[in-house]
Design a protein around this ligand. Structure first.
Ligand SMILES: Nc1ncnc2c1ncn2[C@@H]1O[C@H](COP(=O)(O)OP(=O)(O)OP(=O)(O)O)[C@@H](O)[C@H]1O
Ligand SMILES: [Mg+2]
Length: 376
């Protein structure tokens, strides 16, 4: 499948004005790898509604091509230079500092049908073990008897294909919706299933939001008690916009015990508070070092920092996960410990964290508590 073949097929799709799509000047580069096709259509924000039908038809036309296994067409809105700012539209830079406010958060804030609660796993900085925590937390919630899904919101560096050793691609249902992948009882979706890790992609802000919104709404998640969202690192505009676009019931912050990581964790907490998303608690990852040979524990990173920080900020402390070879090896091999060593000490730690998250979720939702059935 080549780019030219895709463009030829798109000649048959007309814009609302009747122009063949490839000649409208709205198309991004068409990325085709391995039967997977991705591109975006960028139009003026005021015309998004009229173009949604074009997007759908373009996606269906590409999917119908022989050799195409999946197609994702994102519709992105661009504000005309000089036009009045529209705070509800996703702008490339996201809301400016201090401008974000609670209240009506636009159409994208509608819940995902069938999904009771969506929670984010986030951190201020990268590499602290967010994705590892997200996967094992999701599995821990599953072990508590909940029906759980996990969404990889890290569009720039998707991790779930690797952490769950998923190589297959999502199937389409009826030509328009995607069927998520199931692994270890989890319902899973990641942009990494559609685009090769090696494919260089230039994602502009609105494209990210559009891809995320489609992964939320055009994927058949089915009935879920909890959807865990693995967030990209950082607390910049992109993350803030994401936190605003996904209808979150709460956020779990992952931090290492070091002071510097804690400063980032604090920023993460502040970000969620700004968009009125309750912080369900902090997980201290790589909390202490556990020697794989002798099991001896050493607090080489000044363990306990996140616990104290949680107390200081008045947010729950959810637990500490040691820095351990097994966690790293298993995680990076797509064999998360909670699923593959359920009787081990690490799995127990993650299940305890999951139980606290579940309890926090019930509390955070208050009167509108999610219908969570606990099967001990
Ligand atoms: N408790 C742990 N013990 C040992 N290794 C760990 C632990 N937690 C995470 N790791 C390892 O640290 C690395 C980074 O973890 P992970 O990818 O989960 O971090 P992340 O915060 O999601 O990173 P990014 O910001 O890039 O998304 C991985 O190799 C992972 O296996
Ligand atoms: Mg990650």
């Amino acid at each position: 499948m080549t780019k030219e073949q895709v463009l030829a097929a798109l000649e048959g799709i007309r814009s609302p004005e009747g122009t063949p799509l490839p000649r409208t000047g709205t198309l991004s580069d068409v990325v085709t790898t391995d039967g997977k096709v991705f591109f975006s259509i960028t139009v003026d924000a005021a015309q998004v509604t009229a173009w949604e039908d074009v997007r759908k038809r373009a996606e269906a036309a590409v999917r119908a091509l022989p050799g195409v296994t999946s197609a994702l067409v994102a519709l992105t809105a661009e504000r005309k230079a000089g036009a009045a700012p529209r705070p509800e539209a996703a702008t490339p830079r996201g809301p400016a500092a201090g401008q974000a406010r609670p209240g009506p958060r636009g159409e994208a804030m509608l819940g995902v049908p069938g999904v009771e609660a969506i929670i984010a796993v986030a951190s201020g900085k990268g590499g602290v073990g967010k994705s590892t925590t997200a996967v094992n937390l999701a599995l821990g919630l599953g072990a508590l008897g909940l029906k759980v899904g996990i969404l990889d919101a890290d569009i720039y560096g998707p991790s779930l294909p690797k952490l769950l050793a998923i190589k297959e691609r999502p199937q389409t249902i009826g030509g328009t919706r995607l069927k998520p992948i199931t692994r270890y009882g989890l319902t899973v979706m990641s942009i990494g299933f559609l685009i090769d890790e090696e494919t260089p992609m230039i994602w502009r802000g609105p494209m990210v939001i559009s891809a995320l919104t489609q992964m939320l709404r055009e994927v058949d998640w089915g009935a879920l008690d909890v959807m865990v969202v693995d967030m990209p690192p950082g607390t910049g505009d992109a993350q803030l916009t994401m936190a605003q676009q996904v209808p979150l019931k709460g956020a779990v912050i992952v931090s290492t015990p070091q002071d510097l990581a804690l400063i980032d964790a604090r920023r993460g907490i502040a970000m969620f508070k700004r968009v009125n998303v309750p912080v369900l608690g902090i997980v201290e990852n790589m909390s202490y070092f556990e020697c794989p040979q002798c099991g001896t524990r050493s607090d080489i990173f000044g363990h306990g920092g996140a616990h104290r920080e949680a107390e200081r900020l008045g947010v729950p402390f959810l637990g500490e996960v040691p820095l351990h070879m097994t966690i790293r090896e298993k995680s990076d091999a797509g064999l998360p410990v909670v699923a593959t060593e359920p009787d081990g000490a690490h799995a127990r730690i993650y299940r305890d964290i999951a139980a606290k998250v579940r309890d926090q979720l019930a509390g955070a939702a208050g009167r509108a508590a999610p219908k969570i059935v606990i099967e001990a």
